[in-house]
Design a protein around this ligand. Structure first.
Ligand code: ADP
Ligand code: ASP
Ligand code: MG
Length: 472
């Protein structure tokens, strides 16, 4: 069977991790599976690249050189261990060097121009995967596993939304099959860059931060793989982020719909766009731990499995702002909600949650804080007359809020869930600013102040006994 296996930043981020990767690949190959391996940049590298580019724009000439030294060091440790002083090492190093020359040249250009475009940012951000791939391919070859590095710009076709491009699946499938089938038929493992892609015209794009998961499911869909396995540093999807609640437990099974809600609302373990290609082609996805490969992790499929627990998991998405439209004359303004969201839509901003009071006196909605200024500007322009006439108050917004999503298919039709939820939050003295229930009925979203987010997650986790070991 054909498996696509994606290894994240931590999984390719150290000698220890890469030893595990080699063992995992070896084992699955011994089982007779055809494999496509997708890899991220070594952990920390993408941040180093992007930060240096931003600093170059701000006038810092030396940042790129420093970042390069740091990236060189990370890779040298790994190459020294696996390849020693071999010609294979020299070959990989030459590729890394050429790509980092490109990086320094790009940063120099940005520094001279004083301008960093989203398009340039994608070229720079994607370099981490491009230097990771030849390294991983060489390590696998050294272990006797025939492997060949492939750049996903040759496979994945996207639109031109730089920074969070969307795949065009038909074209992607055609290109991916044409290029990867012959490699697979020759018994070779393609080792493909995660995160990056290209437009129809070949201009490099990225799928958004954390997007290598999505590269994995896109390739899985394009090749109609049997399954996609996402190897990371935790035992699958857990009841909440284990960094916030150490007693969080792993969840054996989730439906596509449930994981979509969780990843949309910030469960970093899977990129928010990753499930779409898998769902479209009905490909099961497993989330597995590179550092504990025998753990079964989480299986994600179309079906919703019966489970005694109504609430299965909690996600939290930070750096959000809540915008409120209010005014005595609000009810009398025709189409105000439509006009509001059309204006927001024109700014290309992701609206995470909407809540309207039934009195029609107010609408509030959540957007990423990074976008709040442009959204408010667009709304002030659209509604200027109403604001002037005092039908609407000045637009207000609150930064430093967090959206919590409480998710579980068993919540549907089960009375008393919100009662317990708000009871627990009340007891923990959490100030809930706004609430929305997803139309799917298996997600309740809450807006709360940033400072209370972790306490709220812990309170909900406790109330629904998510750390207790039964049938999750
Ligand atoms: P990778 O580099 O492998 O892509 P990420 O750091 O992107 O890994 O994602 C894994 C991390 O996601 C975990 O280490 C964990 O801290 C975090 N995380 C957040 N929410 C969850 C959750 N519900 N279940 C598991 N991990 C979560
Ligand atoms: N390296 C990219 C990032 O850090 C993509 C990924 O790791 O999934 O965002
Ligand atoms: Mg990730």
């Amino acid at each position: 069977m054909l498996l696509v296996m994606k290894f994240g930043g931590t999984s390719v981020g150290s000698v220890e991790a890469l030893k595990k990767v080699t063992e995992i690949v070896e084992k699955e190959r011994r089982q007779g599976h055809a494999l496509v391996v997708v890899v991220s940049a070594m952990s920390g590298v993408t941040d180093l690249l992007l930060t240096a580019a931003r600093k170059a724009e701000a006038g810092d000439e030396t940042a790129a050189r420093q970042a390069r030294a740091e990236i060189n060091r990370k890779h040298a440790v790994v190459l020294d261990h696996f390849l020693g002083r071999t010609p294979q090492r020299a070959e990989v190093w030459e590729k890394i060097d050429a790509l980092l020359n490109e990086f320094e040249a790009l940063c120099h250009g940005i520094h001279v121009l004083g301008e960093l475009t989203p398009r340039a940012l994608d070229v720079i951000g994607g370099l981490g995967e491009r230097i990771s791939v030849p390294q991983v391919a060489a390590i696998l070859r050294q272990a006797g596993l025939p492997s060949q590095g492939v750049e996903a710009t040759e496979l994945i076709v996207t639109d031109d939304r730089f920074g969070s491009a969307v795949p065009l699946m038909e074209e992607t499938s055609r290109k991916t099959r044409a290029l990867l089938h012959p490699i697979l038929e020759a018994g070779v493992i393609p080792v493909v860059t995660g995160f990056i892609a290209a437009t129809r015209d070949g201009i490099p794009t990225t799928l958004g931060r954390g997007g290598s998961d999505t590269s994995g499911t896109i390739l899985g869909g394009a090749l109609q793989a049997e399954e996609v396995w996402i190897w990371t540093d935790v035992n699958g999807v857990m009841t909440t982020d284990p960094r916030v609640v150490p007693e969080a437990r792993s969840i054996a099974h989730l439906s596509y719909a449930e994981i979509s809600e969780l990843s949309f609302f910030g469960a970093k373990v899977l990129h928010s766009q990753a499930i779409r290609p898998a769902r479209r082609y009905g490909i099961p996805v497993r989330i597995l731990n590179t550092f504990e490969p025998s753990h079964l992790g989480t299986l994600i499929t179309e079906e919703t499995r019966e489970c005694r627990k109504a609430v299965k998991a909690i996600a939290a998405i930070k750096n959000m702002s809540l915008i409120t439209l209010e005014g005595a004359g609000m009810a009398g303004i025709p189409g105000v909600a439509g006009r509001t969201f059309t204006a927001v839509g024109r700014t290309d901003t992701n609206v995470l949650m909407i809540s309207q009071a039934s009195s029609e006196q107010s609408i509030c909605f959540v957007v990423p804080t990074a976008d709040v200024n442009k959204v408010v500007k667009a709304l002030e322009a659209e509604l200027s007359r109403e604001i002037e006439r005092r039908d609407l108050d000045q637009i207000e917004w609150e930064n430093e809020v967090v959206v919590l999503a409480v998710v579980g298919a068993g919540m549907k039709g089960k009375p008393g869930i919100s009662g317990r939820l708000f009871g627990a939050l009340g007891q923990a003295k959490i100030n809930v600013i706004a609430i929305a229930q997803g139309s799917s009925e298996f997600n309740i979203s809450l807006v709360i102040p940033r400072s209370e987010a972790d306490t709220a997650v812990r309170a909900i986790h406790r109330e629904f006994e998510l750390s207790l070991n039964d049938d999750l």
